[in-house]
Ligand binder design. Structure first.
Ligand code: ZN
Length: 129
């Protein structure tokens, strides 16, 4: 299996979510950092349909845990190790669908042509207008 980007281990104990679900597992893995809450929720819903347990962290935590950076974006985490490869396949499909829905664009900063799935220019870092 190829090396997975975004794979990480959440070592800390976290409390989050509308139900105050408590996470103590050290094998929870970060699947995807979403651009916003809606995108994160779309991915979680899709994982749900495949019976993969997942959670969104980031936006919930911003006001709840003072020691964490406040600029966290919502991230989707896979709770069960055994779901990881399927979750990653679902993510890949999700991302290619997102990209297909949005037209590619040309950066006003440097003229680079960028796929629709990107909001920042990968060459100069300028934000899409
Ligand atoms: Zn650029």
């Amino acid at each position: 299996m190829a090396q997975l980007p975004n794979a990480g281990v959440l070592g800390a104990q976290l409390t989050f979510g509308p139900d105050r679900l408590e996470l103590t597992a050290s094998t929870v893995q970060r699947l995807y950092q979403a651009r916003d809450r809606i995108e994160a929720q779309l991915l979680v819903d899709r994982l749900d349909r495949h019976r993969i347990r997942s959670a969104v962290l980031g936006d919930y935590l911003a006001g709840a845990a003072g020691e964490l950076p406040v600029d966290l974006w919502p991230t989707v985490w896979v709770l069960e190790d055994r779901d990881w490869s399927l979750a990653y396949e679902i993510l890949s499909q999700f991302l290619s669908e997102l990209a297909a829905e949005r037209p590619s664009w040309i950066c006003r900063g440097c003229g680079e042509l960028l796929p629709g799935g990107f909001d920042l220019c990968w060459r100069c870092g300028r934000q899409r207008d």
